[in-house]
Write a protein that binds this ligand. Sequence first.
Ligand code: FE2
Length: 271
Amino acid sequence: MDDHAFGPGTSGAGDADLAALQAQLVVFARELGMLYHLERARSRELERALRSIHETYLATMKALAQVVEAKDETTRGHLDRTQAYGLALARRIDPALADRPELAYGFFLHDIGKVGIPERILCKPGPLSEEEWDVMKTHPEIGAQIVEPIRFLGGATVVIRHHHERFDGRGYPAGLRGEEIPLPARIFAVADAFDAMTSDRPYRPARPVERALQELIGGRGTQFDPAVVEEFVSLVEEEGERLAAAVRAGSSSDGWSVDPTPGDLLGVGPP
Ligand SMILES: [Fe+2]
């Protein structure tokens, strides 16, 4: 075909425009690539900063819970043990629930509200008066208020607020009954009572495991959810030795996590 059919110089100008457009596209692609890399780097930086904030916050909360525990020498080690029992039990009842990191935090932080209870009441050696009990009974609500604003702790609040409810509705603070009590709190109540019974106290020695299980069975339908007690009895019968070893070790490689990794909350691995 004859180029001149389109008029003189038309083809040359078109080629020049095309070349310029191509050059612009190359520059544009390079800029896009640079922007993409910049964004990736910024997003990684943000992830790191967010993880660091979460870890710092959790470390603060954990320290606060340990301050409470340290004030009462009779319950030393109670937090780690109860968390281990509670997680093992939750894993049998509802594995998806047990995998949620905030459940472990709820178990560990359940008594964090005791930071708001005056020491003369919290550490009183003798029995509490009625008024003192009324003050003591505010600790679940105080704890829930401390943790509630922290969005990523989510489910931890239900354990903290409801860990003293009873299955028959005679517990506190809300007097919830049966399945009105959130399942994590029903699970926690059994783990908590078992640890209390099998630990030494100044006024009584630790009860043998068999006796503690009998007491849990006796409390079915009144203090505890009967289905949760049954599962706990099976847990101790079938996996008691493994659980005891994991508790002694403080953590375990077989999934009995006593100290969950704060980074888990973000669903991201280490940087
Ligand atoms: Fe409590």
